[in-house]
Write a protein that binds this ligand. Structure first.
Ligand SMILES: *Cc1c(COP(=O)(O)O)cnc(C)c1O
Length: 408
């Protein structure tokens, strides 16, 4: 008997279940914020509306500046609904480009101190579309092994030769640059901040090596734009290597309001070629007007918001200090992504469940998202958390950690 697609899907789901890696989504019935209302269905199913609701503190959103429910963004979106309508019902090049789209692209380029930018439906699409128009089989892409899935897919979609180096390993990067010597052009690609660790790419060394071996540099700054660096312009600003990074990609789906949309920013000819050739740009609907207007408001706030960045830094420092004091093992650094290392996958999952029961919403990550035996709870701080909320989270971790024998 031939197996139908449905049989095959059922079998794959059973495999996922027996590996214990099924992801269960929790329903949130409030806006995204540091304090959210979740609905936990009795049978654990998403569709069940019978469950009771509960208020919990959220420590797993990418809401770094706390803008996801900010009144200024909401009002900008509402206003754009009135002035520019709901949707574009077109790709950009047919009849989908409003003044708002170009305003956003120009404003973003100014903020990032580059020539121009091009907005995509998501950063996944930006990374999916950026390589193929720029590089062909004569070229080489040298990619960090921990780069985001969308970079891996984008690289697969283009014909360039592929070289990979171990995470942030500058010696291996140099070996791969030498291996790529015969390529016509070389592009080094890295996340600015690696999302599972909160560790920053060593951009100064990467730029040195790029210049030594005649390569360009592309940085995906999704976990940095808006809050890393003095003006929040991201990891190139933080490391003082602006002008030495040729291509930036990023998202409006994290610090800059958390709605949706992504971008490629950089030299005008590159941006213009992507407008002509990048497939996710050419063949996918224009980003909706209210999203563009809110993203514009988010950039204004981010640029002017030294205080938000200071609160975010203080919150991250407070959480790191508190957790270290009670004996947890953290990945060192000062990014608001703060992984609490657990090791065992099942234990990490139980700890996350226990924390939710204590009113702290966090998520456990295990293999294959992180290496085998390095399961962790990835916490993320927001500028909108209060010191009391951070303290509450540390106390909950302390109690749950003791209950599970993780700390003395
Ligand atoms: C979140 C993320 C993306 C995807 O961004 P979207 O706009 O949500 O598609 C791409 N790269 C990195 C490094 C990310 O963290």
């Amino acid at each position: 008997m031939t197996e139908t697609l449905i049989n095959a899907a059922e079998r794959a789901l059973r495999d996922i279940d027996s590996a214990g890696t099924r992801k269960h989504e929790r329903l949130i019935v409030s806006p995204q914020s540091t304090r959210i209302v979740t609905r936990i269905a009795e049978n654990g199913e998403l569709e069940d509306s019978s469950g009771s609701t509960r208020e919990v503190l959220n420590f797993c959103a990418n809401n770094y500046l706390g803008l996801a429910d900010d009144a200024r963004l909401i009002n900008a979106a509402k206003e754009a609904l009135d002035t520019h309508g709901f949707g574009m019902a077109s790709v950009r090049f047919i009849c989908g480009t409003q003044d708002l789209h170009r305003q956003l692209e120009r404003r973003l380029a100014d903020y990032l101190a580059v020539e121009d930018s091009i907005v995509f439906p998501s950063c996944f699409d930006a990374n999916g579309g950026v390589f193929e128009p720029l590089l062909d089989e004569n070229d080489g892409i040298i990619s960090d092994s921990l780069n985001h899935a969308s970079i891996i897919d984008g690289v697969r979609l283009c014909k360039a030769q592929r070289f990979r180096y171990a995470n942030n390993d500058m010696e291996e990067l140099e070996r791969q640059l030498i291996a790529a010597k015969a390529c016509k052009r070389r592009l080094i690609v890295t996340d600015g901040v690696f999302s599972m660790d909160g560790i920053m790419a060593d951009l100064p060394s990467i730029c040195d090596l790029a210049e030594k071996h005649d390569a360009s540099v592309m940085v995906d700054d999704c976990h940095a734009t808006g809050f890393v660096g003095e003006r929040g312009a991201g990891t190139p600003e933080f490391h003082g290597v602006e002008g030495r990074v040729q291509i930036l990609t990023g998202t409006f789906g994290k610090a800059l309001g958390g709605g949706s949309g992504g971008y490629v920013a950089g030299p005008r000819p590159i941006v213009e070629l992507l407008r002509q050739r990048a497939r996710p740009y050419l063949f996918s609907n224009a980003v909706a007007p209210p999203i563009c207007a809110a993203a514009l408001a988010a950039i204004d706030i981010a640029e002017a918001s030294g205080e938000l960045r200071a609160s975010l830094r203080d919150n991250a420092a407070q959480f790191r200090r508190g957790m270290s004091d009670v004996g947890f093992d953290l990945v060192a650094g000062d990014h608001p992504i703060i992984p609490v290392m657990i090791g065992d996958a099942a234990l990490a999952a139980r700890l996350a469940d226990d924390l939710l029961a204590r009113g702290i919403y966090v998520v456990a990550f295990s293999y294959p998202v992180v290496p085998q035996g390095q399961a962790r709870i990835r916490t993320q701080m927001s500028a909108a958390h209060t010191p009391e909320q951070i303290e509450q989270a540390v106390r909950a971790f302390e109690e749950a950690g003791r209950a599970h024998g993780l700390i003395p």
